[in-house]
Design a protein around this ligand. Structure first.
Ligand code: CU
Length: 485
């Protein structure tokens, strides 16, 4: 093969080739109406991401074996893709896997053909092939990328990375960290468990791993200085695990959720809860004294409380005696405000283990749960329909430019982070009460028996997925398509 890309990654070239140049946008090139128009000249950021098998060190103990993973650019997580708000991003994806893949840039409001959903928005990228994604970045914030083909296995084996869109004027901090929280089902020999799509994971809480990593490694401590101000960009990139992080002995303010600015506030009940797919931007002021150790504890699953990471405050002179008092609030992204009084549509989530689902429609045929499960491995439904993949009859056909209000009802005993592609929505209410801070989101968590109202302006044309981001739940039927036209 003479394809320079293929040659490149056969030699093990890194998958990250950032470069900057100016692009003269042709008239009509930014026809993604509904999204804010950019100036005629937008700066282009170009990256290459090669998905291929790799070997990395996930297990932290000295002398422990390496692990065979699938990775972008050879690393887990993949390289951080960074650009500025208003720029244009190009990502050339190369497929060095033995199966089809795509790239989905989670949370970015982009044109439908760039969304990376196989069959629905593009033909999957075959083994050895490449596909170039290119789109404008209307919103600043913390996003991430991952495949949308065979997601349970491809994401579960390590294909994921952060996508950061910087604000024009970010808040002043001493240091910024991207934290990708993840888990793995792994043996002492370093091998990932091959039991992807296990029936138990599909019908219960998804694939939950036995090894927690921070940016692809077992990290025990992070050295900090007393008085230091950090910005943390948290991303939950796990298949099924929910993280609930308590920061001991530091001052924490949530400044953005799912990329979008929110009125700075302390985490509810002192804990930052992130379901798969969700992100949070935090400002952390290290209030501890020199030499102190400040634990970040994950106690989401009460019986499995553990220390996620520990801030080790350097001995000696503090960086500053009292926290910075410079502002931390972020400027809002330009999102169309939905009409909260729009008519309400219900979306009822049913199924799973210990659920009440008795029957559902699958590929147009109504069938009992027994057949649904035994013949098709489906066990979840949205409004009585179990999804068969990505090519569904749209559950809703939405008029472009109109506001919609959805009432999501979780009639199951499991957590479901529900993700809408192509749009951001406002979370208006939870269990009938106004939602604190009414944040913009692309992935909203519904705990067991919860009801959540969301609203958005359907301003991005195309067929878009709406699905649970517990990847095994989506596989098991919890997804649908909406069409905006
Ligand atoms: Cu789910």
């Amino acid at each position: 093969m003479t394809d320079p890309f293929t040659n490149g990654f056969r030699r093990g070239a890194p998958g990250l080739v950032p470069r900057r140049r100016f692009l003269q946008l042709a008239a009509g090139a930014i026809a993604a109406a509904g999204l804010p128009a950019l100036p005629a000249r937008a700066e282009l950021r170009a990256y290459s991401l090669a998905a291929s098998p790799s070997r990395v060190k996930l297990l932290g103990a000295p002398g422990s074996p390496e692990t065979d993973v699938w990775a972008y650019g050879g690393s887990v997580p993949g390289p951080v893709v960074r650009a500025r708000q208003g720029e244009r991003l190009r990502i050339a994806l190369g497929n060095g896997l033995e199966q089809e893949t795509t790239l989905h840039c989670h949370g970015i409001r982009l044109p439908n053909v760039m969304d990376g959903v196989p069959e629905l928005t593009q033909a999957p990228v075959a083994k050895g092939e490449r596909f170039t994604y290119e789109f404008d970045l209307p919103d600043a914030g913390t996003y991430w990328y991952h495949p949308h083909t065979y997601t349970t296995e491809q994401v579960g084996r390590g294909l994921k990375g952060a996508l950061i869109v910087e604000e024009a004027s970010p808040p002043k901090v001493d240091r910024e960290f991207v934290w990708i929280a993840d888990d793995w089902r792994i043996g002492d020999d370093g091998a990932l468990s091959n039991d992807f799509n296990h029936p138990h994971d599909i019908s219960h809480g998804g694939r939950i791993g036995n090894l927690i990593t921070l940016n692809g490694a077992e990290v025990e401590t992070l050295p900090v200085k007393a008085g230091e101000r950090l910005r943390l960009r948290l991303i939950n990139a796990a298949n099924g695990r929910v993280f609930g992080l308590r920061f001991e002995g530091v001052e924490v303010s949530v400044i953005a959720l799912d990329g979008h600015p929110v009125t700075p506030h302390a985490p509810a009940d002192g804990r930052v809860v992130l379901g798969p797919g969700q992100r949070a931007d935090l400002i952390v002021d290290i209030a501890g004294k020199p030499g102190e150790r400040l634990a970040v504890v994950d106690d989401y699953y009460e019986r499995f409380k553990y220390t996620f990471v520990t801030f080790a405050v350097a001995p000696g002179k503090p960086l500053r005696e009292s926290p910075l008092d410079s502002p931390i609030a972020l400027a809002a992204n330009a999102l169309a405000e939905p009409d909260a009084a729009a008519a309400v549509s219900d979306i009822v989530i049913e199924g799973g283990a210990m659920g009440g689902l008795t029957e559902a429609v699958y590929k147009g045929e109504k069938m009992g749960l027994r057949k649904l499960w035994r013949a098709h491995r489906k066990v979840w439904s949205l409004n009585g329909v179990a999804s068969s993949g990505f090519m569904e009859d749209p559950m809703f056909r939405l008029q472009r430019g109109r506001s919609y209000r959805w009432r999501l009802k979780n009639d199951t005993v499991w957590d479901h982070p529900m993700h809408l592609h192509g749009h951001a929505f406002r979370i208006l209410a939870r269990n009938g009460q106004p939602a604190p801070h009414t944040p913009w989101s692309d992935t909203v968590m519904l705990h067991a028996d919860e009801t959540v109202d969301i609203a958005f302006v359907a301003d991005n044309p195309g067929k878009w997925l709406f699905h649970c981001h517990v990847l095994e739940h989506h596989l098991g039927g919890m997804g649908t398509v909406i069409e905006v036209a």
